[in-house]
Design a protein around this ligand. Structure first.
Ligand code: PEP
Length: 251
């Protein structure tokens, strides 16, 4: 009942020509993918071009970040309604790189989620512990804090437009994937926390993606886990063949 989502985070990569080449290479390779939602998140500057390229395909467009205000004197920011205007249906919020390098907190993540939902977007809400936090036995405390803070004052109804991405920071871009069991354990914890914050029904219907060095070689094992509903893919989404192999994991 939870449709799997495979989302590609292109991070700070790809100029216009490179982005267009990547998406045009990807489209034919995922043409036959059934029962899976495909999302790509390029940099802001190429959203329009990528949107034109995917217009006849089921691939959906995401931004990698948004601001919480609708407009105003906020130089350098982009509002959710402007992302919708550029063709985005989804937006990644609270990625660990934004928390680490751009001082995002659970509070700012919460404001961004609310703004994205208000604009009618689907938020991909990222949470995950660092290696130091895992080693200190604080994984559950951190996930609980990020979930509670990020979702503060967000009503149960809005969770329909929210996807949670569990991304252990120690697995992002490091080549170290969480084992299938480690990932499943965290996903089950997150689903349990959603049940406590909202209800069993909300917990059972919310999609929880795993992110952290997902590759064609490990996607099958991860997707076989009961509480893993898809993947947020960084490095392996930058090449059409590896991202397509992840999307087509059921073949
Ligand atoms: C990410 O950017 O969200 C990510 C999981 O990156 P990678 O797949 O490269 O670890």
């Amino acid at each position: 009942m939870r449709k799997p989502v495979i989302a590609g985070n292109w991070k700070l990569y790809k100029t216009t020509d490179e982005a267009v080449a990547l998406i045009n290479g990807l489209i034919p390779l995922v043409k036959k993918a059934k029962g899976v939602e495909i999302v790509v998140a390029p940099v802001f500057t190429v959203l329009g071009k990528v949107k034109s390229a995917i217009s006849d395909s089921p691939i959906k467009l995401a931004a990698q970040n948004c601001f919480w205000e609708e407009e105003g004197a906020f130089t350098g920011e982009v509002a959710p309604k402007m992302l919708v205007d550029a063709g985005c249906s989804h937006v990644i919020i609270g990625h660990s790189e934004r928390r680490q390098y751009f001082a995002e907190t659970d509070g700012t993540v919460n404001r961004k989620i609310k703004a994205a939902l208000k604009a009618g977007m689907t938020g991909i809400f990222c949470i995950g512990e660092t290696l130091a936090e895992r080693d200190a036995g604080k994984t559950w405390e951190v996930l609980d804090r990020q979930l509670t803070g990020g979702l503060a004052e967000i009503p149960a109804k809005s969770l329909e437009a929210l996807i949670v991405a569990y991304e252990p920071v120690w697995a992002i871009g490091t080549g170290k994937t969480a084992t299938d069991d480690q990932a499943q354990e965290a996903h089950a914890f997150i689903r349990g926390a959603l049940a406590k914050l909202y209800s069993r029904q909300v917990a059972e219907t919310t999609r929880i993606l795993y992110g952290g060095s997902v590759k064609p070689e490990n996607i099958k094992g991860l997707m076989a886990m009961a509480d893993i509903d898809g993947a947020l893919v960084g490095g392996a989404s930058l090449k059409a063949d590896s991202f397509a192999a992840i999307v087509n994991y059921q073949e």
